[in-house]
Design a protein around this ligand. Structure first.
Ligand code: PAF
Length: 300
């Protein structure tokens, strides 16, 4: 695995690997502190592409609170080892001066797709994600980029960005990975104090109640939202919303491919999670993601 720190070196390393092996270049953008969610994206990229590139950059512009940026977990050596074991060919780990250069003035306003849910609760977050993702997509020359469904609104925003800016790249959405107890994998799980773990599980258990209700025929957003929050755990809910998969607009009725998304705080750690409802021959099916069969490597 080649480790590079500039866009130019990343492009030539990927081109060099491709000339040797052929196939498409697949990009897995990350902010590091890797877990099985990231590894599943790399595994899918490895199956589908000739060259796998991973970017590792904790993007300050997408943190609406600097304290959140400061405590975001980081571990470069561990990430480099995991990426190499996962079969990544090129690891792009730029310093901030490479990503944001003096004299820049272009900003990206993602618009309606970013207005609700995360966009409402984290002002500026999606503008920061859009800018860094646009730089990665334009600057690295990949033909496919892999993102987790766990960040459902981010995925919709990135699809919209790619479409609107005519980037010649295919965006691939991959299933959410969950810990053995159901908690959606996130680098932030590492920050949850042990005594609050049970409280955090109220999120995935709430979603599971709503998922079963959908399977039993419920299609109205309000009862589904109430089922999610009907938990004894003292969670600080920020939102529970049903939204269109395509443009993240809020829905009152589950009548198309959509997702039920939540954000809640547990002991000051902000967590998000969702269930996807996908079209299938019988109507709609629930995508709950994939549960690990062993404890996550986050805790090793
Ligand atoms: O999902 C993430 O980890 C980040 O938002 C991303 C896409 C790497 C951009 O910084």
């Amino acid at each position: 695995m080649k480790v590079v720190h500039s866009f130019a070196d990343a492009r030539s390393a990927a081109r060099y690997s491709r000339d040797g092996g052929g196939g498409k270049i697949g990009l897995v953008p990350t902010m590091g502190f890797l877990h099985e969610g990231h590894l599943s994206l790399m595994a899918q990229a490895r199956r589908e592409c000739g060259v796998v590139m991973m970017s590792l950059y904790v993007n300050p512009r997408q943190f609406n609170q600097s304290s959140d940026f400061d405590i975001y977990p980081r571990s470069f050596d561990r990430d480099r080892q995991l990426a190499a074991e996962a079969g990544v060919d090129v690891l792009f780990a730029p310093p901030t001066e490479e990503v944001y250069q003096p004299g820049e003035s272009i900003m990206i306003e993602p618009g309606a797709v970013a207005a609700s849910m995360e966009g409402r609760h984290r002002p500026g977050h999606f503008q920061g994600v859009a800018l860094v993702v646009a730089k990665l997509l334009a600057g690295l020359g990949a033909e496919r980029a892999y993102f987790g469904r766990k960040d459902a609104q981010q995925l919709a925003m990135i699809r919209q960005l790619t479409h609107d800016l005519c980037f010649p790249i295919e965006i691939v959405g991959c299933p959410t990975m969950r810990e053995m107890d159901g908690l959606a994998l996130s680098s932030r799980n590492f920050l949850i104090p042990a005594e609050h773990r049970e409280t955090a599980l109220g999120i995935s258990r709430g979603l599971e109640r709503a998922g079963r209700a959908v399977e039993a025929g419920e299609r109205s957003a309000d009862p589904l939202r109430r089922l999610v929050t009907a938990t004894p755990a003292s969670l600080e809910w920020q939102y529970v919303e049903l939204a269109d998969q395509h443009d993240a607009s809020l829905l009152r009725t589950l009548d198309r491919p959509s997702f039920l998304a939540v954000a809640a705080k547990v002991a000051d750690v902000r967590l998000i999670d969702n269930l996807f409802f996908d079209r299938c021959p019988d109507g709609l099916k629930v995508d709950r993601g994939i549960r690990l069969e062993a404890p996550s490597l986050l805790y090793q």
